[in-house]
Design a protein around this ligand. Structure first.
Ligand code: S6P
Ligand code: ZN
Length: 213
């Protein structure tokens, strides 16, 4: 399995915090900022153009000269070692590409291990898919943490009209594997803006049994 081991794939300009000693960060629920000890990364549409289903819509946006920020994440520099507990905040902008809501790339963890998601502000949906192809969705809203069991790939989707902010905590040595889901043709279900609100639709890249087409 091709695997991005550790958390270093997140990293640019990490402000080092000595995580061998207790520390505290200030978390702003509205903006997702973590101060003072955090670095961040940004994913714009051009960084994840292939994640969206409607490639003509992607091309229209990018060819217009626009490259919207889909989401950004903030994180303290916690060692990617067993025993540590890493955490990030993520802020997904509101919006759609075609009718598909803005979302994260989504990943498995290299070492199957659980993760806890806590909504901070806004509203969204987590879509999750096991190695065997089982599918699950959970609302992501403040005050209702979502538990992601080991072995379930996860993607978060902003279904609201405001930014969706959330905190995720995972094992320091979990690592992030984006390519397994990409090789399958992405997640089997996608979240679109429907007439009566968010609508889950089967991905055009997967058949009814969830197999890649
Ligand atoms: C980390 C956790 C989240 C995501 C973040 C960005 O294990 O699941 O913090 O990293 O929401 O998503 P992605 O799929 O680009 O890593
Ligand atoms: Zn994760």
């Amino acid at each position: 399995m091709i695997c991005d081991t550790g958390n270093s794939e997140f990293g640019h300009d990490v402000t080092v915090v000595a995580a061998s000693r207790p520390f505290q960060v200030v978390l702003d629920f509205a903006t997702g900022s973590l101060t003072p000890f955090s670095a961040s990364f940004v994913r714009s549409l051009s960084d994840m153009a292939h994640a969206f289903e409607d490639q003509e819509a992607v091309a229209r946006v990018l060819e217009s000269g626009d490259d919207p920020v889909i989401y950004r994440s903030n994180y303290p520099d916690i060692p990617d070692e067993a025993g540590h507990l890493a955490f990030l905040t993520t802020i997904i902008s509101p919006g759609t590409v075609g009718s598909e809501f803005y979302m994260t790339k989504g990943h498995h963890h290299c070492r199957d291990s659980a993760e806890l998601y806590m909504g901070l502000s806004g509203q969204g949906i987590m879509i999750m898919e096991s190695h065997g192809g089982d599918f699950s969705q959970q609302e992501l809203v403040p005050s209702a943490p979502v538990y992601v069991p080991p072995g379930w790939a996860h993607r978060t989707v902003n279904t609201g009209s405001a930014p969706l902010t959330f905190l995720a905590a995972f094992f320091g040595d979990a690592g992030h594997d984006y390519s397994s889901m990409e090789r399958k043709g992405g997640f089997s279900m996608r979240v679109h803006r429907g007439e009566d609100g968010p609508q889950l639709r089967r991905s055009a890249t997967r058949d009814e049994a969830g197999a890649p087409l």
